[in-house]
Design a binder for this molecule. Structure first.
Ligand code: F6R
Length: 607
């Protein structure tokens, strides 16, 4: 799970590669390296972030018109210089950067070692340049294809040959590779964010394809050497949106972008007169929607939590039984997919390996599969071929914020649409549609509470254990609030259904374990007030999130976060925004690396 970028052209490559790498750091940031080609390869590697690599490259004063670079999230071998990419064969003829996992690398390595190859790293990736060198005689494309055919697992690679200046070969299977088309220069990378300052014209590679790239042209082929024609796609979003825009961290920038991001998710999709929604990307007729009798939602992490909120929406609004699956389990538990089951994978990146595997299994089993994704052209979006894009803009912070709320909004839109094809009345539909249209404004009101939330986060900054409790559609929000806090501040935080506390976890409560109670006015609130009393009786300090001016909760605690009064459908979104701000302020107070928390990566493309 790493970021790769390569360049071949007429400009010094080092700066372009480092710039591209810095935009890929969300994919991993424990070590980095680059390799430039002049007469010979010059390779520079460091432990740590891309800025360390940039300093070292400056000190070494290396450059070239062709190069490949890598930012790593370790899977095989510790984050050490020897394990950082690019890797070369022992003859120094072939250089490779790789994103993915080679599952059969041990067998390949021992076979190569028997043939005299010397390895220096502990990685799975190092077998790739050795294999290519082994196959390389005078046809570099055939050598790469032959080597890749030996691999089991996943890869996105860029390859250079010492004796063939100007040539770069990129290929993919299971890990994204996008080719960027410039003027007199071309690039390849694992994400368009690494290409966008250079070009807006891109080609998405599919699994089993390779691109033969020179400064003048790009040719696509299958591994069996069959030429492929592919349309050029145009990136339309603004590269400025991937800067921090004056904010201290991407996370807080993205939290504050939520009114706009939600407006983009919703735009043109609510039909106020019909009390319905329009989601053209789903490509389903009302009749097809009415036939769906079960929805299965696979996802991971925050996307799993948004799916759990979707489950409430689909059942409550549309009357369709829905269930959420941890995507990693989906294909291993032989899921029951019937002809009228809709599988609805949720993935911000559209590249998460477990969710992708669930998509493939669902397609294999004949399900109708539609993706909820943020990244246009991502693998999951393309393989599903239908779905709902969030249009939330690029999410760079490792902790998901705006993508999460936009996923929930997309699920609400979908439930409205499916509801109207079934039991939901026009009047009820219009009410929900109006609530959806109000989401940006509701979220803005939560953002206006920043100073209060910041004060409370600072007050509790020395505590190391937190519980988050909620009921109904706020139960998944409790899970998400706890995930946000542990992710960015490294403190222990657990999300529970409020009724579960007394079944065991309550033994941990006490004056050093604050409880964040999601006490908004939604059905079940009265029971949650009882749960707050139970926590106070065990001396746990309580921080309460409440709706509007609700005075009920004030008698229990003075640490109150107010979110605007809303229906139960909007409450998960307003509440989670308050918890995102809490997690952010708490982590900032503890001086954590908020945008790139330790041990994590933004896009999890390994199983
Ligand atoms: C948490 C977070 C992760 C992701 C998870 C799935 O803040 O960002 O838990 O939600 O890795 O990623 P996607 O949605 O890209 O499939």
């Amino acid at each position: 799970m790493c970021g790769i970028v390569g360049y071949t052209g007429d400009a010094p490559a080092a700066k372009l590669l480092l710039d591209g790498l810095s935009r890929l750091e969300y994919r991993g940031y424990d070590s980095a390296g680059l390799c430039l080609l002049n007469q010979d390869f010059s390779t520079v590697k460091t432990v740590g972030k891309v800025r360390n690599l940039a300093e070292k490259v400056r000190d070494c004063q290396v450059d070239g018109l062709v190069g490949i670079a890598h930012t790593r999230w370790a899977t095989h071998g510790a984050p050490l210089e020897k394990n950082a990419h690019p890797h070369l064969d022992d003859g120094g003829r072939v250089a490779v950067v790789h994103n993915g996992i080679i599952e059969n690398y041990m067998a390949l390595r021992s076979r190569l070692e028997k043939r005299g190859h010397k390895f220096i790293s502990d990685t799975d990736s190092e077998v790739i340049p050795h294999l290519i060198a082994e196959f390389y005689d005078d046809d570099p494309v055939q050598a790469v294809a032959a080597a890749l055919r030996q691999l089991t697992g996943t890869y996105g690679v860029c390859v250079l040959f010492r004796d063939l200046p100007g040539l770069m070969i990129a290929a993919r299977s299971g890990s994204p590779v996008i080719v960027g088309l410039g003027q007199g220069s071309n690039m390849a990378a694992s994400d368009v964010t690494a290409l966008i300052t250079h070009t807006r014209n891109v080609i998405y590679l599919n699994d089993g394809e390779l691109a033969v790239i020179t400064p003048e042209k790009v040719e696509l082929r299958t591994l069996a050497n069959v030429p492929i024609e592919r349309e050029i796609s145009r990136i339309t979003w603004d590269p400025d949106t991937i800067g921090k825009g004056g904010y201290e961290h991407f996370m807080i920038k993205e939290i504050f972008e939520q009114p706009e991001a939600l407006a983009n998710t919703i735009r043109g999709r609510v039909l106020p007169d019909d009390g319905s929604a329009k989601l053209s990307g789903l490509n389903m007729t009302p009749r097809e929607m009415a036939m769906i009798n079960r929805i299965v939602i696979p996802g991971c992490g925050s996307s799993l939590h948004s799916g759990l909120i979707g489950e409430y929406y689909f059942e409550d609004i549309a009357g369709i039984p829905a269930e959420v699956e941890q995507a990693a389990e989906f294909r291993y538990r032989n899921p029951i997919i019937e002809p009228n089951t809709l599988v609805l994978p949720i993935s911000q990146s559209g590249e998460t390996a477990d969710t992708l595997a669930a998509v493939r299994e669902a397609i294999h089993k004949g399900a109708v599969v539609a993706a909820i994704s943020n990244v246009v052209g991502s693998t999951i979006a393309r393989e599903c071929g239908r779905g709902v894009y969030l249009h939330a803009g690029p999410e760079i912070s490792v902790a998901s914020t705006k993508a999460f709320t936009c996923q929930v909004a997309a699920l609400l839109l979908m439930s409205l649409l499916f509801g109207r094809s079934r039991r939901l009345s026009g009047e009820d539909g219009r009410e929900i549609g109006a609530e959806i249209a109000r989401l940006p404004e509701l979220v803005q009101s939560v953002l206006d509470e920043f100073p209060t939330i910041e004060r409370i986060a600072k007050k509790y900054a020395a505590f190391n254990d937190f519980f988050f409790i909620g009921r109904g559609c706020l139960y998944p929000v409790a899970l998400e609030g706890a995930l946000k806090l542990k992710e960015v501040s490294y403190v222990h935080a657990e999300g529970y259904h409020a009724a579960e506390l007394k079944h065991g976890p309550m033994s941990l409560l006490g004056d050093r374990v604050p409880v964040i109670a999601l006490a908004n006015r939604i059905p079940g609130q009265e029971k949650l007030l009882g749960n707050i009393e139970e926590c106070l009786a065990r001396r746990s300090p309580v921080i309460a999130v409440v709706s509007g001016e609700d005075a009920n909760v004030a008698k229990y605690t003075s640490d109150i976060i107010r979110v605007p009064a809303s229906s139960r459908y909007a409450a998960p979104i307003t509440t989670v925004v308050a918890l995102q701000i809490f997690a952010y302020c708490f982590a900032r107070e503890r001086k954590c690396d908020i945008d790139q928390p330790r041990n994590l990566a933004k896009s999890v493309t390994v199983e």
